[in-house]
Design a protein around this ligand. Sequence first.
Ligand code: AP5
Length: 228
Amino acid sequence: MDGQSQSVSAPVLVLLGPPGAGKGTQARLLQERFGLVQLSTGDLLRGAVARGTEAGRAARKVMDAGGLVSDEIVLAVLGERLDQPDVSDGVILDGFPRTEAQAEALDGVLAQRGMKVGAAVALTVDDTAMVERISGRHAFAACGEGFHDSFKPPAAPGVCDACGGTELTRRSDDKAETVAARLEAYRAQTAPLIEHFARRGVLLRVDAMRPIDDVALSLGGIVRALEN
Ligand code: AP5
């Protein structure tokens, strides 16, 4: 790990990492354990797509091609979510920021709400793991709970632990060719943000090749440090 975290009253944790690094998995665990709110711009955009909003229609084609949705749309959906009262106890930014422009905008967006980034965690993984993790990922349609064919199977095969549903879904952007484009977008536009947060003195690195619970322990330690 490098850099030093800054204490803030409401913790704001940024999770950085390529597709399949485990950002969503870890953000959900932190939400359960610490009461922080997971703010996934991917989930917010998928919600807009499902509702058929103007932003959702614009985002859909870009997401299915594995590119990055415009900063304008992403900042609008994120700002709307940050205006809801439940975020006041702290947030995990999962998949945001992803471009230099988003990173620059983040400080202002948070400052307007009396918040600031306490730590930015780069989840580090090998390329081979990313493909394996994404190709085995699935969720249950009724509740959206996420699983993995090998790494996080449901207790009873084909039945959701959370809701008991049996209808499986896989993300439309988890096809091999789209994953390659997402990885390319990550390398070109998002990986440079690791240096951005290092310059701010808030960067930490966590080895995300370890089992889910081990990664969660490391992240839990970081959140506890932010809360003190
Ligand atoms: P988004 O939804 O953010 O997808 P992503 O960044 O590609 O990340 P993933 O959700 O694929 O992976 P993850 O790191 O969350 O891994 P997970 O925990 O699921 O974005 C989708 C699209 O929306 C983008 O391509 C873009 O178009 C758009 N978008 C979103 N935000 C944007 C922004 N800010 N700007 C512009 N466009 C934006 O884990 C994967 C699997 O691995 C799971 O099955 C899990 O069980 C398993 N797993 C997790 N951790 C481990 C572990 N340690 N060991 C073994 N298995 C593990």
